[in-house]
Design a protein around this ligand. Structure first.
Ligand code: URA
Length: 210
């Protein structure tokens, strides 16, 4: 992908995002919308995948038909909210390999601390798409990308639902080689690190924990 930041302005994405932002939207509908929107975002983030051809026979004749080239993609979910994006993406890319990165924020240092890490083999030979709905401070996203680079990943993209300029700048500083795809670039962070206008806590809204 050429651009460091791609905003997916497709009308269906924007309409679904507005419904997700609305605080009256129920957990069940929020989850369904996230599933739908993640498929539309998956379409965008995989737009320029390398292709090759395979010889097949249609009922009428032989042809060289286009297929995806290379190893299966790796989808890397940042727990726990990343799983909401992951589910929909897996419906579109069912053969993708899946990894998980668990990070929490240390209350004293405010730095992300890893509590879980499991990723597919041979990350260096795959495209890795890191998924997390909210690119807020960018600290956990940058740390997750650090970890998968240490595990060998080289070709990486980051997919989120909402981003703010602070988070985009943090990622660009730490990982200028990682393009970001998002449905919207919101205004700013509040003093608690929430995106404004945002949609609230993505994990709480998708899992009904608040
Ligand atoms: N994480 C969320 O779930 N929401 C925000 O607004 C910021 C980070």
């Amino acid at each position: 992908m050429k651009d460091h930041l791609t905003i997916v302005r497709h009308p269906l994405v924007q309409h679904k995002l507005t419904l997700m932002r609305d605080k009256r939207t129920s957990t069940a509908v929020f989850r369904q919308l996230l599933r739908e929107i993640s498929q539309l975002l998956a379409y965008e983030v995989t737009y320029e995948l390398p292709m090759t051809t395979q010889t097949i026979e249609t009922p009428l004749q032989e042809m060289d038909a286009p297929v995806l080239a290379g190893r299966k993609l790796a989808l890397i979910s940042i727990l726990r909210a990343g799983n909401g994006l992951l589910d929909g993406m897996l419906e579109l890319i069912p053969s993708a390999r899946v990894g998980f990165v668990g990070l929490y924020r240390d209350e004293e240092t405010l730095k992300p601390v890893q509590y879980y890490f499991k990723v597919p083999e041979q990350l260096g030979k795959r495209l890795s798409i890191v998924v997390d709905p909210m690119l807020a401070t960018g600290n956990s996203s940058a740390a997750a990308v650090d970890l998968i680079k240490q595990a060998g990943a080289k070709d990486i993209r980051f997919l989120c639902l909402l981003a703010v300029p602070e988070g985009v700048a943090r990622m660009k500083d730490a990982h200028p080689d990682v393009p970001i795809v998002t449905a919207a670039l919101d205004d700013r962070l509040n003093e608690l690190g929430y995106i404004l206008p945002g949609l609230g806590d993505a994990g709480d809204r998708m899992f009904g924990t608040k």
